[in-house]
Design a protein around this ligand. Structure first.
Ligand SMILES: [Zn+2]
Length: 72
């Protein structure tokens, strides 16, 4: 399979994904998938994609909570 954005070969791997929301970053560990050898593009199967989007949603919530608490 090839990368959708740059056509480089994809490599099957398990990686930690750095995710940024409203200027804050988190690490989402051990996400398996096909990763581009040239850019940040990656393809995930349904389970992996679900794990990833759940982790992102959780992080979004905690960032929103933090921001709320900082309001005067
Ligand atoms: Zn690529």
């Amino acid at each position: 399979m090839r990368c959708v954005s740059c056509s480089s070969p994809l490599v099957k791997d398990v990686r930690d994904i750095t995710y940024t929301y409203k200027g804050q970053s988190t690490m989402i560990p051990r996400i398996g998938g096909e990763y581009c050898s040239n850019c940040d593009e990656s393809i995930h199967d349904e389970d992996e994609a679900n794990t990833l989007s759940l982790a992102m949603l959780e992080f979004n919530k905690s960032v929103d909570n933090d921001l709320k608490q900082k309001e005067p």
